[in-house]
Write a protein that binds this ligand. Structure first.
Ligand SMILES: *[C@@H]1O[C@H](CO)[C@@H](O)[C@H](O)[C@H]1NC(C)=O
Ligand SMILES: *[C@@H]1O[C@H](CO)[C@@H](O)[C@H](O)[C@H]1NC(C)=O
Ligand SMILES: *[C@@H]1O[C@H](CO)[C@@H](O)[C@H](O)[C@H]1NC(C)=O
Ligand SMILES: *[C@@H]1O[C@H](CO)[C@@H](O)[C@H](O)[C@H]1NC(C)=O
Length: 327
């Protein structure tokens, strides 16, 4: 038997995983910056602006900040351009221009932080409107590729249900051809507002791209005062959240992802030829499955071939166990 050793290395890390918030370090930055500057600062000096996953983190941030009558930026923001079509989950703006679809002057403005659905206004331009408002709506029927104007006024989601029940869905407008057919369908109807399939999720994004549905809005917030408040901040007196004007300079919270790597040594006993790539893959797969079933998502498994067991022992005292692989 040749004197080579195989080492199965399991790297467990906190790092940039979406999950364990305990692998993050939190920092309060006592400097006044706009949300975007704060984001750059956090990315340069730490990892990013904070994401609040739960009330414990909310409480932690509150505890590391001073009690002053002001706000501090967090990573939360409201993306006014994250529109999606009801018929398909894809983001509206991704990879295409929409010269055939234009926003009415000053839109989208998300008045009172309530406008998360889109209606055609004056039959040609888009306007974000309160989803609960009752308007006629445009369904699309995929069976006979037709556009149906339903002249009953309904809320956006009631309109969506109707279209999904009797046709295919609320209509999308993805091309000039579609737009011209819709214009034709609406011609002469006299409708002022008509729902189409465009909508978005309010306050759905965090600077580091992870998702958290945690909210702790101060009563009456968010309210998008003056239609300019699209960034999330924490009230330093109460720890509650508020929407703020992104361009205002305030203090902020950053986090650092602590990349703790744990190397796990394993002793494998097997009759099989552990030098076989196939067998190594099988072992790795089984180990992955085991880790995932334990809820661990952030890990890597590697095999390393050592020149000789002795080599490894002399170089790396701490992984000597790896040489016990028996073939
Ligand atoms: C397409 O089918 C729908 C549902 O059956 C119907 O309401 C509509 O009138 C049809 N349109 C055309 C142009 O055939
Ligand atoms: C819409 O109108 C165009 C012509 O402008 C036509 O080619 C197309 O088939 C129509 N139907 C749909 C579903 O776009
Ligand atoms: C709308 O309908 C009228 C007649 O009812 C017609 O003259 C006009 O050209 C139509 N407009 C469009 C944009 O199709
Ligand atoms: C977040 O996602 C966007 C788009 O997918 C990407 O451009 C951006 O670099 C990501 N940011 C981070 C911090 O990962």
């Amino acid at each position: 038997m040749e004197e080579t050793c195989l080492l199965l290395i399991l790297l467990l890390s906190g790092g940039l995983s979406t999950l364990p918030p305990h692998s993050r370090e939190y920092h309060f930055v006592n400097q006044l910056m706009t949300w975007t500057k704060a984001q750059s600062y956090c990315r340069e000096h730490f990892t990013d602006l904070v994401t609040i996953y739960n009330s414990n983190i909310n409480q932690l941030l509150f505890s590391i900040s001073p009690r002053i009558n002001n706000w501090a930026w967090i990573g939360l923001y409201d993306d006014r351009y994250s529109w999606k079509w009801s018929m398909e989950g894809k983001l509206f703006y991704v990879g295409s221009t929409h010269e055939f679809l234009i926003w009415a002057n000053g839109q989208p403005d998300c008045v009172n932080a309530k406008e998360y659905c889109v209606a055609l206004q004056g039959q040609t331009q888009m306007n974000d409107r309160p989803c609960g408002a009752s308007y006629p709506f445009l369904c699309y029927n995929a069976k006979n590729t037709s556009y149906i104007l339903v002249m009953e006024s309904r809320s956006w989601s009631a309109a969506q249900s109707y279209c999904r029940t009797y046709h295919t869905d609320l209509t999308s407008i993805r091309s000039k051809e579609e737009k011209s057919n819709i214009t034709l369908t609406l011609n002469g109807s006299g409708v002022q507002y008509v729902w189409i399939g465009l909508y978005r999720d309010p306050w759905a994004f965090w600077s580091d791209n992870t998702t958290s549905t945690f909210t702790n809005w101060r009563s009456g917030q968010p309210e998008n005062y003056g239609s300019v408040e699209y960034c999330g901040a924490m009230d330093l007196m109460s720890g509650q959240l508020n929407d703020g004007t992104c361009g205002v300079g305030i203090r902020f919270f950053c986090f650092r992802a602590v990349t703790k790597q744990t190397v796990v040594k394993m002793k494998l006993q097997s009759e099989a030829d552990m030098h076989s790539t196939e067998i190594q893959q099988q072992v790795s797969q089984q180990l992955s499955g085991l880790m995932l079933s334990e809820g661990l998502t952030d890990f890597r498994i590697r095999w390393r071939k050592l020149q000789s067991c002795r080599d490894d022992q002399s170089k790396k005292q701490d992984v000597d166990g790896g040489c016990k692989t028996e073939v």
